[in-house]
Design a binder for this molecule. Structure first.
Ligand code: NAG
Length: 530
């Protein structure tokens, strides 16, 4: 047995201990698991999409200091998640879905309900984690469509995309992501290396290229770049500053994605927590540097930047000129595009895991592995279809799209908070770093409340914040579905369903006898032989 085979063996054994058999190919190396998390963060293209949130809510100060403050809290969230991934008994080699963690970590009395909310419910994936991820895909692909429109606009200033044109581009982007994510896992894994390189190159274009290329009249003094506070949102200054946190929070988000592909990773128990912590810390630092570079090179005319549909494209245009901007912007679009495909990948794998546990009505159709590609093709297209439909919300106005952006943060924060907060109640053998967990959970709760506020205080029905309506509505429906007489989840949902042996997977804990484990591993081997 070679070393590589030995590692693979351990991954499969750990998965079997949790009661699941190996169904995916384990082809992601640790670096590629990091690549998934890092490309979903997609630093530069993400910052480009959310400048529209930080510029009106404080300008340079929000970009530099808002980023720094929020990064500290995001790092605490990342640490707590990584700790769960490395120390929770379920984290071993396998099914590290958030709702699985929730089920095995929270107190027996509430665990079915809590993992229902985090994990599975309703006719379509409506739980907090999936809502967050699907809204994430929709917001990323929407931003990609807007950036493609901006690219055409850079080439031809007459062209401004209509709503219908942007929607058309969006559907094409989603469709092509469906195709990419149906391909063999090997191809997807190898692509991650390209993602990492492209992402880093773009960062260095802004860190090094931009200051060199920017003409003198657009260079700013340190006192402006690091100290100017411009708030045009209408909110009081302090609250506006906090609203600007949406920029870093949306950018450094979705790092649970590396969790969702853990069944396809080699040496997952180490690779996944490592990927989370390094992706979050590298993204925080590099992102901060990028924001500082931008504030020094963006000129002082904030009003025209705020009114531009793509402020970053405008900054590039001022500094690099038309041709240079077109070249760089194409790579920004490409990186944004790759971010979308990584997200579709992670979300489809997560939906596959729900279907395996019978938690979706169409489970028998969705829980199917395509024999030729060895990927869950049905769930990929299921996710792509819902994302495409979500795009129709864009016809309801700009605020509906903002709601999808905020939803991708709030949905995930609910899904992250529950397993992190459940920890102190358990007797599970988890290393406790309580202060970090307390900071992380309080911050997520606080920001979820902040994101229920509209972008400006002067609201009407057309520019209200729909986040509260969509998220609240879905969570209420989810609870109704759970407690519904006879058919509700309370009558049949018992958490994750193991597909090896018959023991309840969640009964497994650190004290579980190795005999049971051996039997399960044997069962796996026997099934593989047949
Ligand atoms: C920030 O910059 C803007 C635009 O140059 C200027 O009008 C404003 O007075 C500055 N504010 C502060 C607090 O320096």
């Amino acid at each position: 047995m070679t070393n590589k085979e030995a590692i693979k063996r351990t991954d499969e054994q750990l998965l079997a201990e949790l009661g699941y058999k190996q169904e995916f190919k384990r082809v992601f190396t640790p670096l590629e698991v990091f690549g998934i998390a890092f490309s979903i963060i997609g630093l530069l293209p993400s910052i480009a999409s959310v400048l529209a949130y930080s510029l009106p809510n404080g300008g340079p100060s929000a970009m530099v200091w808002g980023w720094a403050v929020a990064s500290f809290f995001i790092f605490c969230i990342g640490l707590s998640m990584a700790e769960l991934a490395s120390a929770a008994p379920t984290a071993g080699g396998g099914v590290i879905q958030l709702y699985f963690w929730t089920h095995s970590l929270s107190s027996p009395r509430y665990r079915n309900l809590l993992s229902w909310v985090v994990g599975s419910s309703l006719p379509f994936p409506s739980d907090a984690n999936t809502i967050g991820n699907i809204a994430g895909v929709a917001s990323v692909d929407w931003a990609c469509a807007v950036q493609i429109a901006a690219a055409i606009n850079i080439g031809n200033q007459q062209f401004v995309a209509t709503q219908t044109q942007t929607f058309g581009i969006y559907v094409a982007v989603v469709f092509s992501h469906g195709i990419i994510c149906s391909l063999g896992t090997d191809i997807l894994a190898r692509l991650q290396n390209l993602y990492i390189i492209l992402n880093f190159c773009l960062c260095f274009v802004v860190l090094i290229g931009l200051p060199i290329a920017t003409p003198k009249e657009y260079m700013n003094s340190a006192s402006f770049a690091l100290g100017n506070f411009t708030n045009v949102s209408g909110w009081p200054n302090g609250f506006a500053f906090i609203m600007s946190f949406l920029a870093p929070l949306w950018t450094i988000n979705g790092f649970d994605s590396s969790v969702h592909i853990s069944e396809e990773a080699t040496n997952a128990a180490t690779a996944v927590p490592w990927a989370i912590v390094s992706a979050v810390s590298i993204a925080s630092l590099l992102g901060w540097a990028i924001n500082i570079s931008l504030t020094f090179c963006m000129g002082t005319d904030l009003t025209s930047l705020i009114s531009s549909p793509q402020p970053m494209a405008q900054i590039f245009l001022n500094s690099f000129g038309q041709t240079g901007t077109l070249v760089i912007w194409s790579f920004v679009v490409l990186a944004q595009y790759m971010m979308g495909s990584s997200l579709v990948l992670a979300t489809s794998r997560q939906t596959f895991a729900f279907a395996r546990d019978g938690a979706l009505p169409l489970s028998s159709i969705l829980y199917r592995m395509n024999r030729f590609t060895c990927t869950p093709v049905n769930t990929v297209w299921f996710v792509a279809a819902i994302v495409a439909l979500l795009g129709l919300l864009s016809f309801a106005g700009a605020q509906a799209i903002n709601a999808i952006f905020a939803l991708s943060v709030t949905g995930l924060y609910i899904a992250y908070s529950i397993p992190i907060a459940s920890r102190p109640e358990t007797k599970a053998n988890v290393v406790q770093s309580l202060p970090v967990a307390v900071i992380a959970v309080s911050f997520m709760a606080f920001m979820n409340i902040v994101f229920f506020f509209p972008a400006t205080p002067q609201t009407s029905a057309s520019n209200m914040n729909y986040t509260v309506v969509v998220l609240g509505g879905v969570l209420v429906l989810s609870l109704v579905w759970y407690y519904f007489p006879v058919y509700g989840g309370v009558h049949w949902f018992t958490g994750p369903v193991p597909n090896v042996g018959k023991e309840d997977a969640t009964e497994y804990d650190s004290k579980s006898s190795s005999k049971v484990v051996d039997e399960k591993v044997e069962a796996v081997i026997m099934e593989t032989d047949i």
